[in-house]
Design a protein around this ligand. Sequence first.
Ligand code: BDR
Ligand code: CA
Length: 310
Amino acid sequence: MSRKIIIDTDPGQDDAVAILLALASAELDVLALTAVAGNVPLPLTERNARQIVELASKPTPVYAGCDAPLHRILVTAEHVHGKTGLDGIPLPDPTHPLQARHAVDYLIDTLRAHPPGTITLCPLGPLTNIATAFQRAPDIIPRVAEIVLMGGGCFEGGNITPAAEFNIYVDPEAADIVFKSGVSLVVMPLDVTHKALTSRAWIEEMRALGTPVGHAVASWTDFFERFDTAKYGSEGAPLHDPCVIAYLIDPSLFTGRHINVEIETQSPLTLGMTVADWWRVTDREPNAMFMGGVDREGFYRLLTERLGRL
Ligand code: BDR
Ligand code: CA
């Protein structure tokens, strides 16, 4: 039986690869994509989400959610993802319709309509939609099977400030609500994703698939690799968000620790930091499976095999 998931996303080239990986995988039943403002503003993230499902020929419902963080001005990342968020290859205007309902209403109604413990949430962007749903309808919190998210960092520090990773930094109050919610959490921080670096050979493998999906993935990766290699001095670029989906398909690719993780919401210097008690030096209750390692070869093998199916 496949696992029911909802992908909450701000595409983003790496979000796009994650979505394609999920849509290609029979272990996962993608009920919907819920778009949130993040890498680029909401009108672009919902549009990009529709372009991605169309590229995959998998007409998954797309809902638009929150267009701004709970209490802050939106910070975006066009410097990484380009003006559209999906720069690298021009895609046709989407014909796949946007659902009329707000993503937060969809999340609440869907969690209420399904048996408890049967829906996994996969946030790949700021946690605004999820936190808003939890605030508006606390009864849904115990109905969530698990949240597997990309966000945060421990030993790797941050990527938008020295202390904070982008998804958490954009809406730290939302992250705080989710991390304190009591839902079982699996976190893919920069400590993992900075080990999931692309390689020239893998990009060429994608191109060699000879499919629209392979061509798009190669072009997107080429695009943001230019930025990341200049920034990190590394050979490839981190494919952050696909780590979430790869974990759902094959958790044995990842290693981590069940620890306490809290979100900094006050300090201007370290706002959005995930304070991860990796060495268990406090007696604060563990609330997250915080990952630290990935089998890079296995991860890229999985991506190649699955994306080849689309
Ligand atoms: C995260 O921020 C976004 O730019 C990426 O899509 C990813 O979700 C990495 O910090
Ligand atoms: Ca993202």
